[in-house]
Ligand binder design. Structure first.
Ligand code: ARG
Ligand code: ASP
Length: 720
């Protein structure tokens, strides 16, 4: 028996050692680096079928959804799938206590019922161009970092202007490998994107923030949108006359499922990773910055939670803010544990030691690379107190809503104080503020903000060196005897920025053009104090070091590439389109624990708890479950599969990305990573890092059987 078990363990472990792949690859370069490898692992497509500028390819079905997610087109009428948490803002904006689409879901039963979302965009990539040579030709090694930036900007601006000329496209040039390479991305942005469907939160966000970043997972994290275009299929602002967009390509959806070790790839927009940082930087993130962020957010979340539990309206108002705050909070905790478990700092130190030895081996190398590691160390040592200060400041700025809102008045103050005030500009600014106020106050509850204000400043005061705190804290200490609650009480009593009514009354009466009342407003004063502290104290102190680090990193990567000739280098994520590939695989989170690679509706039922909002299972879903009424969406095992995991190297921004099988057919929607693997943004562990994907069959089952929106399925191309 023992032998059987160890044999099984070997079988279980082997594939993960042999097959897991790290990296996020530039789709236009697949043929150079990874196509062969992908095919060896089972892919039946060519690089040209994934990305091409000569013919329609899979890339033409991928969109940037809004500002930070991925989506994919799944019908010839512009139907889009993305995550529920990516559509969350849009769903929330149509929700009220009377029509609570967040809680109950929403389904447009005809195109007329689809809901417009001003500001929401769907952006297609037209093409990628390697402009490294053109940009680098303008640079030389004697330039200071500032001169270099200026030269890069000048050249890229020219390249962008040239690419955009006579088109409605938008071009962007981004540095890769810290500016060793440059690529240009040409985009086409569609501006009329309508909400088509969303499951209730107890499906789309099942398990909520408790299950977030966790495996095993049972979240039906999807929502459905549609892109509209003008009559010529071009981007247009929302109009009743717009028609569904006709894509060059839409993804085919496979109901065939998958098995362990099947090849998969993910095509989407990972936001940001930092794979090539030195050990000192990791030490700083894990031991200084993350703990501050985590502690400050723990307090904020507790305060929000207290109010959200008491009131349905507040729960809707703060749903997205809570989720966003909690998301980072939990990720950083996982990241810290993962870094520690992997001994990532030790591993990096090891690499640096050997890198230095290698550099010392000849004169030329030692001149180029010999000083790098000590230089990193010196800068990170200098930066340490400031990085703490920065973490406190950013969490405070981000956390206190009223002072952030007060920044809307900044321009009005400047305009009003001008020698010869521009009346028209002032009127425009007033209208802008009214609009901002409308959005801000829709989801605002002043008592929450008041408590958070007191708590953030209190933490700031008690946990950071005095000389790095903004001056206003010293004033509060003196005037209020360090009673931050009393300070916040008074701020919210005295400020006209704590309610929409007062803001509008103020603006209605803003005839005198005297900005004094704004400038004296305590919320505005706090906002000014925090921002000025950043721009006058923190930033000037750190900007030289930050720019030195940029240039050190650039040289370090160049050195590493020379040093590790056989390592597969890939550029850090920078919110550009990438391909990452891997295999469907479980993992072993801890000693004696092994996780399977998929979950089923059985697991949803097992987690059910009618008393907890995030774990409610609706009668309709239970009925389908009891009748096993899964139709063609069931797996071969007769079960309803909900989520699965694979070893694709993904990051934030990959949410909503299609997870594709060997034929390039859609089998799921990427939406998360496992907690043990969240350090993958800093260091990847093939044994531990998994991306979490919603099985597309569960999404289709919910659309069809649960919501009765089968007309949407009819639009799709289904492979059975
Ligand atoms: N962790 C996922 C990501 O980073 C999902 C976040 C949304 N879900 C949530 N429960 N907050 O975006
Ligand atoms: N949930 C993330 C996102 O929204 C994905 C991830 O971080 O793995 O993009």
């Amino acid at each position: 028996m023992k032998r059987v078990i160890s044999f099984l363990i070997i079988i279980v472990l082997l594939p993960s050692l042999l097959l897991a792949k790290e990296g996020m690859w530039i789709p236009s370069l697949l043929n150079k680096f990874v196509e062969k490898d992908m095919r060896k692992m089972g892919m039946r497509l060519t690089a040209e079928e994934i990305y091409s500028i000569n013919q329609a390819s899979l890339k033409d079905a991928i969109i940037i959804f809004g500002g930070g997610c991925t989506g994919e087109v799944v019908s010839d009428q512009g139907l889009v799938l993305t995550n529920h948490h990516c559509g969350y803002g849009a769903i929330q904006s149509h929700s009220s206590v009377e029509h609570d689409y967040l809680t109950n879901g929403f389904w447009a039963m005809s195109k007329e019922e689809e809901l417009p979302n001003p500001g929401l965009t769907a952006t297609f990539l037209v093409r990628i161009e390697d402009v490294s040579e053109k940009v680098l030709a303008e640079l030389n090694d004697n330039m200071t970092e500032a001169e270099r930036s200026a030269a890069v900007k000048e050249k890229t601006d020219a390249l962008i202007a040239e690419a955009e000329k006579d088109t409605h496209y938008k071009a962007v040039v981004k540095p890769f490998y810290y500016g060793n390479e440059y690529y240009m991305f040409l985009y086409e942005e569609y501006k009329d994107v309508r909400l088509v469907g969303a499951p209730p939160s107890n499906i789309g966000k099942f398990g909520g923030d408790t299950d977030n970043w966790m495996w095993p997972r049972h979240t039906g994290d999807f929502s459905v949108f549609r892109i509209y275009a003008d009559k010529d299929n071009n981007p247009a602002e929302y109009s009743e006359d717009n028609v569904p967009y006709k894509p060059m390509k839409h993804l085919k959806i496979s109901l065939k499922g998958y098995e362990k070790d099947d090849f998969t790839f993910v095509f989407g927009y990972p936001g940001s990773t930092e794979q090539y940082l030195p050990s000192f930087a990791i030490d700083n993130i894990v031991n200084e910055v993350n703990p501050i962020r985590i502690d400050m957010r723990t307090e904020r979340l507790d305060i929000m939670n207290k109010y959200m539990e008491q009131d349905q309206k507040i729960r809707i108002q703060y749903a997205a803010k809570y989720a966003g705050t909690s998301n980072g909070w939990k990720k950083w905790q996982g990241e810290n544990r993962g870094i520690e478990r992997m001994d990532a700092i030790g591993k990096k130190q090891h690499l640096e030691k050997h890198f230095m030895e290698w550099a010392a081996m000849n004169d030329q190398r030692s001149k180029l690379y010999g000083g790098l590691v000590p230089a990193f160390e010196e800068i990170y040592t200098n930066l340490e107190p400031y990085s703490r200060a920065r973490a406190f400041l950013l969490e405070t700025l981000f956390g206190i809503e009223i002072s952030r809102f007060s920044r809307n008045f900044k321009k009005l103050v400047t305009l009003s104080n001008a020698d010869d005030p521009d009346e028209k500009a002032i009127e425009e600014q007033i209208e802008k503020i009214r609009k901002a106020a409308k959005g801000h106050f829709k989801n605002y509850h002043a008592p929450i903000d008041k408590e958070i204000t007191a708590k953030m400043l209190d933490l700031y005061f008690h946990r950071l060196n005095r000389d790095l705190q903004p001056q206003i804290i010293t004033e509060i200490i003196q005037d209020y005897d360090a009673d931050f609650t009393a300070y916040a009480e008074e701020l919210f009593d005295d400020s006209f920025m704590s309610s929409e009514k007062e803001v509008n009354e103020f603006l209605d009466k803003y005839k005198t053009r005297k900005a004094k009342k704004i400038e004296k407003d305590p919320a505005y004063v706090l906002g000014e104090a925090l921002y000025n502290h950043y721009f006058s104290n923190i930033l000037p102190a750190t900007s030289q070091w930050d720019s030195d680090l940029d240039s050190l990193q650039r040289i370090y990567i160049r050195g590493l590439k020379e040093y590790q000739k056989n390592r597969r280098f890939y550029p850090d994520a920078n919110f550009t389109l990438r391909v990452t590939y891997g295999k469907i695989q479980g993992y072993e989170p801890r000693d004696a624990v092994a996780y399977e690679y998929f979950t089923t509706l059985e697991g949803v039922m097992a987690k059910e708890d009618p008393d907890i909002y995030d774990y409610v299972v609706e009668d309709k879903l239970k009925e389908l479950y009891h009748k096993k009424d899964y139709g063609r969406y069931a797996g071969d095992d007769g079960k309803m599969h909900v989520c699965f995991i694979a070893s694709n190297h993904t990051s934030g921004g990959n949410s909503g990305s299609p997870v594709l099988n060997a034929d390039g057919h859609l089998i799921g929607l990427n939406f998360d990573r496992n907690w043990e693997g969240t350090m993958s943004d800093l260091m990847y562990d093939p044994d531990m890092c998994r991306n979490i994907t919603l099985d597309v069959r569960y999404a289709l089952f919910i659309i069809d059987k649960f919501a009765g929106a089968g007309h949407l399925i009819d639009e799709m191309t289904i492979i059975e």
